[in-house]
Write a protein that binds this ligand. Sequence first.
Ligand code: NOJ
Length: 739
Amino acid sequence: MKKLFLLVAGILATTSMHLAAQNDRIEQRVDSVLHLMTLQEKIGQLVLYTSDWDVTGPTMRKGYINDIKNGNCGNIFNAHSVNYVRKLQEIAVNDTRLHIPLLFGYDVIHGYKTIFPIPLGEAATWDLFQIQRSAHVAAEEAAAAGVNWTYAPMCDITVDPRWGRVMEGAGEDPYLGSKIAAARVHGFQGIHNDLADTSTILACVKHFAGYGAPIGGRDYNTVDMSERTFRDVYLPPYLAAIKAGAMSVMSAFNELNGVPCTENKWLLTDILRKEAGFKGFVVSDYNSVEELINHGVAADGKQAAEIAINAGLDMDMQSTLYQKYLKQLVEEGKVSEATIDDAVRRVLRVKFMLGLFDHPYLYCNNAREKRVIESPANMKAAYEEAQRSLVLLKNAHDVLPLTKGDKIAVIGQLAASSNDLLGAWRADGDTIGVPNLLDAMRKYNGRNNIIYAEGCEKEGYNRSGFPAAIAAAKKADKIVLVIGEDCDWTGEASSRANIKVPGVQTELLAKLTALHKPIVVVLMNGRPLDLSREDTLADAILETWYAGSRGAAAITSVLFGEYNPSGKLPITFPRCIGQVPLFYYEKNTGRPIYLPDPKYKSRYIDCPNTPLFPFGFGLSYTTFHFSGITLSSDRLYPNDSIQASVTVTNTGKREGEEVVQLYIHDLVADVTRPVKQLKGFQKIALQPGESKTVTFTIKPSMLAFYRLDMTYGTEPGKFDLFIGDSSNHVNQTSFTLEK
Ligand code: NOJ
């Protein structure tokens, strides 16, 4: 044993010595290139332009090819596929004086060509293996198509379902969000952050910071919050991604407490570099340097460039202002050449790490592109993750699973849509070879056993298809109604003021219930919706998000019980829009809802405080029993730990998976603390009748927070500890943190 330990320690020491030597070598090479560069060439490395292959923002410009040739643009995004990337790389390598290769960025968010569930759906798996694997497959495919830099993971916490980009993140919780952020970085960059490996790409942590909290849920809007909330809730996932090794960060469009993130020195330099020790580079969001003028913090483009670079914003995406003004700003002494050098150093460092200086065409291998993209193994991974992302919200009288051979009316426009399954931000994903839910259900259950009618469209008020839908339903034993949002109603610039199921889809549901047949609602959507009405009308509700290239087969497998659903909500579903923002880690207030007084407490007079479906919630086709909590001690000492255990038993008739969730509440502190905070989770699989004991180790560091004086640490005292199957269904005990 001792020998093995020494061997492992020896290997680790050798690896870290090797890495240190490699890093030193990279720094020497960066300096030697920098030494040769003119100011103009340096500035070129700080410029990023979109190619015309894809449109992901409002301003397009021609001429990027000339900019590459002239050394004015060192980085390109929205260009992909080996042949095109090679063509652009050849220009940089052959036609520029110093032959510096380009970076190729792309929004590879939930898959490159093989599309996985949208990130909010991935988060609903609570399965870090699946999430890491999905990012890895995305990286492998993107790298095979010439891309070496993804604009992911998005680490923006949000508690506002109106915000369209809620689909792109991991939901409302800082702990779950941090775990997922790290898993995604490891998936993209590899667990050893070996960027030169041809199956990895550079990750980009975005949108730094606080982008998920715009006032009113309106995209790009003002963000205003206390530093305490920012540090306790919003900052952790970004920092977790950086700690996991992400080497680039994208600044956010929004302002934070009066200072736009694009020129926010506190964020980009103090927090990111000084506090978090980040060594990579920061890129702006699309044209956000120029948008500093609209924010009203720069009078013109020149001033915008000046305040952005001086704040620590290394690379300008698309605004052209670095290209236009940085040279002049240096000559006028408004920006020091040392600032430019630091920024260039960070960009070159990453290019070296990616192996681009040694092999500029490392990511340009036609044979690999053919072999890797949409391989059967990748599709299988997408299918498996999609199964685990589905959340069963309701299942009255066990109407689900359906039985093979049942006559089923499948109704709804979304049932026949492959396009929506892919969701927003689908990179190079397309509908070719992507079966829709109707195809998949027909394949599984036999064409004759599925009767389809569109019923109505996803949006709009046309009811002319209702009679045909009712006629179809009359012929069937059971009804599966597929409703939700068009996938373009989520994502960037797709905020909603209303979070009900759009159009007349719910009206159709109400009409169908008059037939008194079992009715299952399958939801496709990218945000928490107000499902109050659907909840009263439907027997079962299955949340499927946008489940990706193999989503249809995955949904079918859950509907028919081939896979027992195991997803849990990563975000609260409110009862109505008026409750928003609603999240489980709220504070008690001075007049909490549990007070006996009927009137003077924090509540609505026309709606309960509770959500319709809480964070962490999701049903299964089997049942689980949780024992009481056993603590190894009810006293926790500094530098020590205690164990909290529960035994979970599968009390139903089917094999199933459960997510065992640990929450903690600090009862008395110098600043108010949330009523519950997720501090751990484990997903376990149990056969019928089987029991497993799940143990969490509680350490003092898990109890730390930003105290009254804004130092980070713990305060001794009593804590409640909860373990359960969702944030509102838990067993409880308590312990004391001693001095
Ligand atoms: C704007 C989006 O906010 C960002 O997430 C994305 O990476 C860039 N456009 C590039 O497409």
